[in-house]
Design a protein around this ligand. Structure first.
Ligand SMILES: Cc1ncc(COP(=O)(O)O)c(C=O)c1O
Length: 413
């Protein structure tokens, strides 16, 4: 995402050095153009029914941008629902899912007349039936099915196997049908699934589409008018050169084959695919040390800033913006957090680095800032959006004193 012009690092037409003058590291930086390009490409191939997965990046500015690009929002909590409404999404373009929605959450969603509540258990359908009866209102609902498909991705981001906690087992379709038929105030109009993230194998998409088509037809045969079939997110992003070269065009081919003889309104809920590559994390080197023959670069971003490497062993390319030496050195890039797992990457080849130099951690636009924490009483990182030769701080890091002030010491201490 960074281009060098006369040795100066640029994001779009903005010089990173200008941003560094006013914003303290570590911070996330997003390219608006990169987001727009990816969204437009995805819409061109998959159509306009794209619901951005807000969990991947929920900054209000990013949501506003996604909304302005005519995407819907896919939310998994009441907080994300409120964020999406506040960013200007039409309630009719918001889908609410998640395994743990409280009665209060459901009531809020009903009151705001969102497009769909995607139920994830028979108990949740029963609760909605009670709420709809109390309000004497008809409610549109969807069901998230668990198609029992192994996404062939890492277990921590797999969601579509029978034993995963998500969705209603596909074998329970008959119970869903019976329940919905005995609930005059519930309109079941949609089925959905999401079998996991980072799905690269086209065979997995093919199986999923087949199962979902079969499931939709079963509902229709039983007299339930399913209009929408939502096929989830999970499109693969190439974080390292050895990763599979996933093509969204191949997904579209399978989609066309599988749903050619049907009129379902098909939709998707991608997060990572739309925004991961549009974000970088800028961090400063605060210390250099050698332990056991390893050259450590200690940076001011840690697992509290970007948890993916520590949590999922995720790989993110790390680049330097100085080219002080032709010679490459081998470094381990580590954060300042008191945990051995606070290492971004081992054996990174970089030109010689010094204290104060800037490193760039790539492809962090999704599941980056949203998963950051105050662990070790460290601040959440700021976020910056670049638009050609302009940039804006879209999240301003707070102060340590504000964090401390949130704690309340009881009177007996
Ligand atoms: C229900 C649901 N939909 C969509 C997504 C988006 O996934 P991804 O960011 O991999 O596209 C997720 C994330 O896991 C999810 O839980």
């Amino acid at each position: 995402m960074i281009n060098f012009l006369n040795k100066a690092p640029f994001i779009e037409d903005t010089n990173l050095n200008d941003i560094l003058k006013i914003c303290q590291t570590p911070f996330y930086l997003y390219s608006q153009d990169a987001i727009v390009q990816k969204v437009e490409k995805t819409k061109k191939i998959l159509g306009n029914n794209i619901f951005f997965s807000v969990k991947s990046n929920s900054n209000q500015a990013i949501l506003k941008l996604m909304q302005s690009l005519d995407l819907g929002a896919d939310v998994v909590s009441i907080g994300e629902l409120k964020r999406s409404l506040s960013a200007g999404f039409d309630p009719n373009k918001i889908i609410f899912e998640g395994v743990g929605k409280s009665q209060e959450d459901l009531l809020y969603a009903i009151q705001n007349k969102i497009r769909l509540i995607n139920t994830e258990s028979l108990e949740e359908i029963k609760l909605l039936q009670i709420l709809a009866n109390e309000k004497n209102n008809k409610i549109n609902i969807g069901v998230r099915l668990n198609p029992n498909i192994d996404g062939d991705t890492i277990s921590k981001i797999s969601t579509g196997k029978k034993t995963d906690k998500f969705g209603i087992e596909i074998d329970d379709i008959h119970s869903i049908i019976d329940l919905v038929k005995s609930s005059p105030n519930l309109n079941l109009i949609s089925i959905s699934c999401h079998i996991g993230s980072q799905i690269s194998k086209i065979a997995v998409y093919k199986n999923t589409f087949k199962e979902m088509k079969k499931a939709a037809d079963k509902f229709v045969d039983a007299g339930i008018r399913i209009k929408h079939v939502d096929l989830g997110g999970g499109f693969h992003v190439q974080y390292q050169d050895e990763d599979p070269n996933f093509l969204i065009e191949d997904v579209k081919k399978e989609l066309d084959i599988c749903f050619s003889d049907s009129n379902y309104d098909l939709s998707f809920e991608p997060g990572r695919y739309l925004i991961a590559e549009a974000g970088i994390l800028i961090t400063s080197i605060i210390n250099l040390k050698q332990n056991g023959g390893i050259n450590y670069l200690i940076v001011d971003a840690g697992m509290n800033t970007l948890v993916r490497p520590a949590m999922y062993n995720a790989y993110h390319k790390i680049k330097s913006i100085n080219n002080k030496s032709q010679k490459q050195f081998t470094y381990s890039v580590a954060g300042p957090i008191c945990e051995s797992s606070d290492i971004f990457q081992k054996n990174v080849k970089l030109p010689e680095q010094s204290i104060g130099d800037i490193l760039v951690i790539e492809d962090v636009g999704a599941y980056g800032k949203v998963m950051s924490s105050n662990y070790n009483t460290r601040l959440l990182p700021s976020e910056i959006l670049v638009n050609r030769d302009s940039f804006a701080i879209i999240y301003s890091s707070d102060r340590i004193e504000e964090l401390i002030d949130k704690d309340i010491i009881p009177s007996w201490l």
